[in-house]
Ligand binder design. Structure first.
Ligand code: TRP
Ligand code: ZN
Length: 492
């Protein structure tokens, strides 16, 4: 990595005597035991270079978040269990805003420093390569909403209490924490890049009468004293931090099970209950349908959270429990967020450049769903985009061809239309080339090959060619990487 190269060349530039003196000094400082060096402050993601940190991988986050809706006050404790990938004299966590009250590493007080969104932690003693260590960060304050390069809001967002809810108006509010691509750093310290996935236990303590919802399964709901209740949520499968969520407010909760036994948990803001019921009723069937098309559902739980309308400008595929800003208006939207559980959440992007592996696949899943239900077919969707036929898809006329899906021009483009629609068209072109049988085997194989892992665009193109036995170079050149408006493929 960059850091290694830099330290090597700087050492070469230091005269031998000075180097020896420096080394002696370093040895003295560390007691002559371990030779750690700082972990990188970013992973050099092509779009968000400071997101994430080098030198360690997180295995588990235990987040205890105590939230007071009146005043938007959060008190947090994060216990982060990680494995050192190098000797570490210091390492970074990403954290935006909030106040750090104390940091310990291996149970010992650690020094720390804040600069921008970087929290640098210096343990009392260096960490050894391969060592599994626990860092505990106590923090507090009013978490902030974060504005992305494309202008969308994420991070911590306060929500009104709906008129039809039990809480009534005035002062009382709820909140939602979301994090695509980098907003999770506004509500917990971590290694906030999708390449570092970990298990989570998130406990939310809120005033009695509030619901608190997070990823995975609700393990317990216990009185916490002083008129408060603690909701303990458990997510054993690896999760990228941008998929973590915390939802606090007055919600109507319903639980159930899919026919094959996946536990369901829906939380719906009362004002949207009537409008959501019809679409949400399809969720069990959709989980089964997805399992048939893409392979076994990757998580132990599924569900949905319907936030007060207007809370967000988009739905988000938060792991096991996507959030919707008001009632999901269409089956396809619910299906899209469900499809991300395979594509994006289980198979996660290696970097933010690989977003089409999330959005192109989730969009194509919508096309497959409509193809097998009341239409249109994927071929009709594909043709609608090429022809600008907005009767088939209202997005067909927008800037779906503004840039190649695998090469968004900048960080403001990673959720742009081409990532979704041209991304889906790449998959349709592959299907046209290899035929249905190989294509559906490819979708299932891809989900299985990288289940609970990460993958890049290059991984996908190589995998598709290897498993189908087709040379797909022209598809990649024109549809995935090509800057020009793609021409309709020749009839075959
Ligand atoms: N990833 C979300 C989805 O497709 C949508 C989304 C999240 C989004 N953040 C965004 C769209 C910012 C536009 C801008 O389900
Ligand atoms: Zn999506």
């Amino acid at each position: 990595m960059e850091h290694r190269a830099r330290s090597r060349s700087s050492r070469l530039a230091v005269p031998a005597a000075a180097a020896a003196a420096l080394l002696a000094l370093t040895t003295a400082c560390t007691g002559g035991t371990v030779q750690g060096r700082p972990g990188a402050s970013g992973l050099r993601d092509p779009y968000f270079p400071k997101a994430g940190n080098g030198g360690y991988q997180v295995e588990h986050y235990a987040l205890d978040l105590d939230y007071e809706p009146a005043g938007n006050r959060l008190r947090g404790r994060a216990v982060i269990t990680a494995r050192a990938e190098q000797g570490l004299s210091s390492f970074n966590l990403d954290l935006s805003g909030l106040r750090v009250d104390a940091v310990t590493v291996r149970g010992e007080a650690a020094r720390y420093n804040r600069a921008g969104n970087e929290l640098t932690v210096r343990p009392a003693e260096d960490l050894k390569k391969g060592e599994v260590f626990r860092t505990e960060v106590a923090y507090s304050g009013r978490p902030k909403t974060f504005t992305d390069p494309d202008g969308s809001k994420e991070g911590w967002i306060t929500t009104p209490v709906g008129a039809g809810s039990a809480g009534g108006a005035g002062g009382e509010a709820g909140a939602v924490g979301v994090g695509e691509p980098v907003g999770s750093m506004t509500w917990f310290p971590g290694n906030h890049h999708p390449s570092d996935k970990a298990a989570y236990d998130i406990t939310l303590t809120v005033p009695d009468g509030y619901e608190a919802v997070s990823n995975g399964a609700l393990r317990s709901r216990t009185p916490a004293g002083a008129g408060r209740t603690a909701f303990a949520w458990h997510s054993p499968e690896p999760m990228a931090s941008y998929l973590a969520t915390a939802v606090i407010g007055k919600y109507r909760v319903t639980t159930g099970r899919t026919p094959s036994g996946v536990a369901l948990y829906n939380a719906v803001t009362p004002d949207e209950a009537a409008g959501s019921a019809g679409v949400l009723a399809r969720l069990p069937e959709m989980v089964e349908w997805g399992s048939g098309r893409f392979g076994p559902y990757p998580f132990g739980t599924a569900g949905a959270v319907v936030l007060p309308a207007g809370t967000l400008a988009y739905a988000l595929e938060t792991q096991t429990k996507p959030v919707f800003p008001g009632a999901p208006g269409t089956e396809e939207l619910l299906l899209h967020e469900l499809a991300h559980q395979w594509f994006g959440n289980s198979v996660s992007p290696e970097s933010w450049k690989d977003m089409w592996l999330n959005e192109g696949f989730a969009t194509y899943a919508e096309w497959l769903w409509t193809e097998e239900h009341d239409g249109p077919t994927a071929q009709e969707e594909f043709a609608a985009f090429l022809e600008g036929d907005t009767e088939v898809d209202e997005n067909a006329d927008s800037d779906w061809d503004a840039f190649p899906p695998a090469a968004p021009p900048g960080p403001e483009d990673i959720s742009g239309n081409p990532v979704y629609y041209r991304g889906a068209m790449v998959l349709h072109r592959v299907r046209q080339e290899v035929g249905d049988e190989k294509f559906f085997a490819l979708l299932r194989g891809w989900a299985a090959e990288h289940r609970h892992g990460n993958a890049s665009t290059a991984d996908f193109t190589a995998y598709a060619e290897k498993t189908t036995g087709h040379d797909l170079k022209d598809v990649w050149d024109v549809w995935l990487y090509g800057k020009d408006h793609p021409a309709a493929p020749a009839p075959r």
